[in-house]
Structure formats: structure tokens, C-alpha cells
Design a protein around this ligand. Structure first.
Ligand code: ARG
Length: 460
């Protein structure tokens, strides 16, 4: 018999029962559900709404259930409607009439709104810890490559010389914002919906500030309808995860390019690559491809949440049960991606000489050649045009700006001198880009120190 049996004269259809049930995916919130119920029962006792001895018995009973689920002694009943019903039924089986008092002044609507917030609070902290670990991995890698010259690209065309450290730290900065975005969403979520009841609060003299404080919330949600009916925090976290995945996906795309024979900037460790069933020579970057693919899936989860909410009248509607699979899927997959990406990055072999060789082709010092003339007094547009003509000449004669004879330079303007070769050497080009946030070893070393300080502050 269902818990609401009084109102009904028939059993619910089997198919409907199975259709309605969420225990298969909300059971993972059991510890949070029990934690919320312990706070609720404690408050009911302290406010004199239930007998203090019964409140204590309920708290002890709940702790016993938690321990038994943790140890595997108590297994979830797949026929239960959801985790809330399961825990309450188990409590009543253990305590009899006392167990039936737990749900006083509470509804599953505020209960589930609470559970998911408690669950997401922990889950977000876990993702943040992984993001921090990835940032640290990037810093360690960057430290070794502040002098490693590689081409910087726009339109995937070689553009200007940078350092590998600089490229890596660009991702570290994106991840810093991802970390902060997750934290911002978690901070905004930190209001307690418990006590909102089904939708309209309760006539019992509950203390919502007490339960909010017991559960580590900043304050109770100010409006009971809002407390049970919004899932904007799921959307915000889903969005933060989508952006995080987008960053991992762009990085993955670059790694896929870098380990191709066309680039060969890096070589993945054998433990983080796969072979082909037919082509003996293959070493495929499956991990990064899967991350790129899973980004679409996490974006889909975000769309599920937004679309689920968009037409719902206040307050609770059963549609909202669909929030969990979407946000859990986004969390699970982001976690998997981070856990695989971090050691893959830490173990990959960087090949600086190939980066350097790529930087030496493609005229990425052309801007510096133009700047050389500007520094000798020529207006930039004229210098730009002369350099462009020289590049065209190099292409026609299969030369580089470094190997073009001085006479050819001087045919364009006698502002060119022997010192042009020093001015356009890649080392000079990179060292000169020492503006704040730039790729020079000096600027990157400063950026690294600042980032290390930010990461250290995260840990507090
Ligand atoms: N399993 C439900 C959910 O996840 C719990 C809330 C049920 N409330 C209700 N009025 N049927 O949303």
C-alpha cells in the first residue's frame, strides 16, 4: 500500500508505479536526505512540535539507517517511489509510530529541494577540487616550458611566436574562472528551502533559521513557493559545467592536433592512448576525442534542465523530478573527464624541438620585422607593406626572413641593417613580448607566480 493510501480505493497501476519511481537515480542522495531529516527532527523536538524523546529516537534511528546503507547491510528497495519514501518507510519499520512523526511540518517538495541542494554542495566542491588539481598540473608543466618557443595561431595559421608555458596558462586562466563560477553558483544556492512545506509553509511553529543553521546554509529561502519550485541553481551549475567542459574540449582538440604527425608537438603516454584493430601503426587520442564528444552530452543536460523548467507554473510539478538525472549526468561525466585528463596531461611527452621547428616556418616574425622599421622611424603601414613584399619574395624563393640576404632587404629600404637578423630571431621576438600577460619567459614567470597564489587561496 502506498503512503497516501487513505485517499485511494485502488492500487496504483504497476506501470505507473515504475514510471513514477525515481529511486533508481535519487538513491545516491541517501546521506543528504538523512542529514536533512536529522536536522528537521532535531528542530521539531527543540520547538516542542514533537516530544523531545521521540525526536531523539528518530535521530538515532536515522543514524542507524545511514550506517546500515553505508555498510551495505540495508539495500534500496527498487519498488520504493523515491529515496524519501524509502528512508521514511524504513524508519517506521524500525521505530513504529514514532517514525511516522518525522514528516510532521514537512513535504517531499521541500525535502527534495533540500536534498538536491545538499548533494550539489558536495558535488560542486568535488569538481572544484579536480579543477584545482588540473590547474596545478598545468602550472607544473608550464614551469618547465617558460623558454619553449612555439607558434601562436589565429585562424589555425601561424601568427606570432609564444611560449608553450603561455599557451598552457591560457587554459589555467579559463579553469580559474570555471572554479570561481562553480563557487559563485554554490554560494547563491546556499539558502535552505526546508520549511517551505508543500508550497505554503506550515501552521506549526517551526524554526527555519535553526534548520538552515544546522545544515550549514546562510539563511532560509525567503519565499516558500520559490523554495520548492525553482531549480535555477541546477541550471547555473549545469551551465558552469558546460563551460568547464567547453574549455576541456577546446584543449582536447588542440591535443588531438598536437599529437598528429602534421604537428607532433607532443606524444601521449601509451597508457593514455589506444591502438587500432587493423592499422598497426596507429596511436589514437581517444581520451581527448571522448572529452570533446562528452561536452555535447553535458550541453544536452543543460538544455534538459532549461527546457524542463520553462513552462512550469508555480509551485512543485512532477516534471522537476527530471532535474536529477540531467544534473547527475553532467556531474558524473565532467568528473570522469577531469579524472582522465589530468594524468593524461601530466604524462604526455612534450617535443620542444618540433614546436621550435614549426615556429621557424610560417613567417611568425613578420610583425617584428615591421616593428624593426617602425623603431627606425618608418610609419607602421609602410613598414607592414614592405614586410609583406619581403614575405612574398621569401615564398617565391623558398627562403625565410632569417635566410633572406641583407641586399634583398636593402632593395626595399636602406633602414635595414645587419641588426635586422637579431631583431627577428624568434628568441628576441618572444623575449620582447614582455607586456603584462604576454608570452615572454619573464612575463609568464610572473603570471605563474600570481596563479600559484590564486590556487593557494582556493585551498583555504
Ligand atoms: N521524487 C520526487 C522528485 O524528485 C520527490 C518529490 C515528490 N513530490 C510530489 N509532490 N510528488 O521530485
Amino acid at each position: 500500500m502506498a503512503l497516501w493510501a487513505g485517499r485511494f480505493s485502488k492500487e496504483v497501476d504497476e506501470t505507473v508505479n515504475a514510471f513514477n519511481s525515481s529511486i533508481a537515480f535519487d538513491a545516491r542522495m541517501y546521506a543528504h536526505d538523512i542529514r536533512g531529516s536529522i536536522a528537521h527532527a532535531t528542530m521539531l523536538g527543540k520547538c516542542g512540535i514533537i516530544d523531545i524523546a521521540e525526536s531523539q529516537a528518530i535521530v538515532e534511528g536515522l543514524k542507524g539507517i545511514l550506517a546500515d546503507i553505508d555498510s551495505g547491510k540495508l539495500v534500496f528497495d527498487p519498488n520504493a517511489e523515491d529515496i524519501h519514501m524509502f528512508v521514511e518507510a524504513e524508519l517506521t519499520a524500525r521505530l513504529g509510530a514514532t517514525g511516522k512523526r518525522l514528516h510532521t511540518a514537512r513535504s517531499r517538495n521541500d525535502q527534495v529541494a533540500l536534498d538536491i541542494r545538499l548533494y550539489l554542495r558536495d558535488a560542486v566542491a568535488h569538481i572544484q577540487a579536480l579543477v584545482r588539481e588540473l590547474m596545478e598540473t598545468l602550472c607544473t608543466l608550464a614551469e618547465r616550458h617558460t623558454e619553449t618557443i612555439m607558434p601562436g595561431y589565429t585562424h589555425l595559421q601561424r601568427a606570432q611566436p609564444i611560449t608553450f608555458a603561455h599557451h598552457l596558462l591560457a587554459y589555467a586562466q579559463m579553469l580559474r574562472r570555471d572554479y570561481e563560477r562553480l563557487g559563485d553558483a554554490a554560494d547563491r544556492m546556499n539558502e535552505c528551502p526546508l520549511g517551505s512545506g508543500a508550497l505554503a509553509g506550515t501552521t506549526y511553529p517551526i524554526d527555519r533559521h535553526m534548520t538552515a543553521a544546522l545544515l550549514g546554509f546562510d539563511r532560509p529561502v525567503a519565499n516558500s513557493l520559490d523554495g520548492v519550485s525553482d531549480r535555477d541553481f541546477c541550471v547555473e551549475i549545469g551551465c558552469a559545467l558546460s563551460l568547464l567542459m567547453t574549455h576541456l574540449s577546446r584543449f582536447s582538440e588542440e591535443i588531438i592536433l598536437w599529437c598528429s604527425w602534421e604537428f607532433k608537438f607532443i606524444e601521449l603516454d601509451d597508457a593514455y592512448a589506444t591502438g587500432s584493430s587493423i592499422m598497426p601503426q596507429k596511436k589514437n587520442p581517444d581520451v581527448t576525442e571522448l572529452i570533446r564528444g562528452k561536452t555535447g552530452r553535458v550541453n544536452g543536460d543543460l538544455m534538459t534542465l532549461l527546457t524542463m523548467l520553462k513552462g512550469l507554473p508555480l509551485a512543485y510539478n512532477k516534471d522537476m523530478q527530471e532535474d536529477k538525472e540531467a544534473i547527475f549526468d553532467a556531474l558524473d561525466n565532467t568528473e570522469l573527464c577531469l579524472k582522465t585528463f589530468i594524468p593524461m596531461l601530466a604524462t604526455m611527452r612534450v617535443i620542444p624541438q618540433n614546436m621550435r621547428a614549426a615556429a621557424a616556418r610560417g613567417f611568425i616574425n613578420a610583425t617584428d620585422c615591421a616593428d624593426y622599421l617602425v623603431k627606425k622611424g618608418m610609419p607602421f603601414r609602410d613598414a607592414y607593406k614592405i614586410t609583406g613584399t619581403l614575405v612574398a619574395r621569401c615564398i617565391a624563393e623558398d627562403k625565410t626572413l632569417e635566410t633572406l640576404p641583407l641586399e634583398t632587404y636593402r632593395e626595399m629600404t636602406d633602414l635595414f641593417d645587419e641588426d635586422v637578423y637579431e631583431a627577428i630571431s624568434l628568441e628576441t621576438c618572444v623575449r620582447g613580448r614582455s607586456s603584462f600577460g604576454g608570452p615572454s619567459p619573464e612575463a609568464v614567470t610572473k603570471q605563474l607566480a600570481d596563479l600559484r597564489a590564486v590556487i593557494a587561496a582556493f585551498e583555504k
